[in-house]
Design a protein around this ligand. Structure first.
Ligand SMILES: [Cu+2]
Length: 102
């Protein structure tokens, strides 16, 4: 019962938020990203990871920003994926909820 009330409350706040109660934004600082091919490689890598709903990569800031709709992927999985793609993850920042960000 409590869950239903919460869901209703969230859905009135924001539609997209209701779709992803465990949504997180994860930002990964990547070393070695130098051209459009790097961006493409990382894009394909992250689009294949379970739980990832959105991938945004900036070559300018050398950051990958992913949105997840669940508990997955875990940080270790993200780091490994970056390494497997041939890059070095230098920092991983997790934002539990976009709206809580300062
Ligand atoms: Cu490149």
């Amino acid at each position: 019962m409590k869950k239903i009330i919460l869901l209703t409350l969230f859905s009135t706040l924001s539609l997209s938020f209701a779709l992803s109660l465990n949504a997180k934004t994860i930002e990964i600082d990547v070393h070695g990203m130098t051209c459009a091919f790097c961006v493409d490689t990382l894009n394909r890598t992250f689009n294949k990871i379970a739980g990832v709903t959105q991938v945004q990569i900036s070559m300018k800031t050398k950051k990958i920003r992913i949105e997840t709709a669940s508990e997955l992927p875990r940080i270790e999985m993200i780091k490994q994926a970056v390494l497997d793609a041939g890059f070095t993850p230098t920092k991983v920042t997790v934002f539990p909820d976009e709206k809580d960000k300062k």
